[in-house]
Design a protein around this ligand. Structure first.
Ligand code: FES
Length: 255
């Protein structure tokens, strides 16, 4: 853990307000809300969006890239597509300045100190636990009896419910990642079908992308009537959380 660093004049940040500061070479989003100051990494845990550029409302900051919201008091991820907390740091007001001390812990569980606008020599205690789902590192596509039955767009979407996002544990159909399904007779395999899937990702640099593509091909190719599977990645229109089904929202605890 670093020492406290003076990062701003307390008077220069409106209430409510935010600014971007640098502490020990790291970019930190500094917030002032209802008389207290808070500091978070300027990094959205979904895909690195700059939180200091987002919209601040009450104690929530919305990532400007895909809309994930974080609690500025704890760093907790509050809404999709972010599921992990961003780091929250200690803040104090001393003299006429705002001071920030970086926390080392990679998993934020809320800062030890949040400073009020009233100068104090010791930081107030205001820790709170951060939310967020545990990150998964393993493939989540299920394996089982090879699918059978007539192929159709509906049956293919059902099959694709076996392909799950490895971080969210929600299938790609309910997440709204499957934009289109096409079937056409395979020219080189009489009686079989060539399947095309138009699929998007929650962000262009989604780390789960290669796994989701591979699992999609594997699940569909297991059907006896499938000769080939082509997965096309489509980023326009971009994915937004409102593409999720009610089932996905329930699973993620989003209401
Ligand atoms: S980078 Fe922040 S929501 Fe996607």
């Amino acid at each position: 853990m670093t020492d406290f660093t003076r990062v701003a004049d307390a008077a220069e940040i409106p209430d409510p307000g935010k600014t971007l500061v640098e502490v020990a070479g790291e970019m930190i989003a500094l917030f002032h809300v209802e008389g207290r100051y808070y500091a978070l990494d300027d990094i959205c845990t979904h895909d690195g969006g700059p939180l200091a550029d987002g919209e601040l409302r009450d104690h929530k900051i919305a990532c400007p890239r895909h809309g994930a919201k974080f609690d500025i008091r704890t760093g907790a991820a509050l809404t999709m597509p972010a599921v992990r907390a961003t780091r929250a740091h200690d803040v104090k007001v001393e003299g006429d300045g705002v001071w920030v001390r970086l926390r080392d812990d990679a998993t934020a569980d809320g800062p030890a100190a949040h400073a009020s606008s009233t100068p104090a020599s010791t930081p107030a205690s205001a820790a709170a636990s951060a939310g967020g789902s545990p990150a998964a590192t393993t493939a989540a596509a299920t394996t089982g009896t090879p699918p059978t039955g007539a192929l159709s767009e509906d049956s293919i979407r059902e099959m694709l419910k076996d392909v799950k996002d490895p971080e969210l544990f929600v299938n790609i159909v309910d997440l709204g990642l499957v934009y289109g399904v096409t079937l056409e007779p395979a020219a080189d395999a009489p009686g079989k079908q060539k399947i095309g899937i138009d699929m998007t990702m929650t962000s262009p640099a989604c780390p789960a992308g290669p796994q989701l593509i591979g699992d999609t091909k594997r699940v569909l190719a297991a059907h006896a009537d499938v000769a080939a599977v082509e997965v096309r990645i489509v980023m326009d229109p971009p994915w937004t959380p409102d593409r999720m089904t009610e089932a996905a929202r329930d699973q993620l605890g989003i209401f």
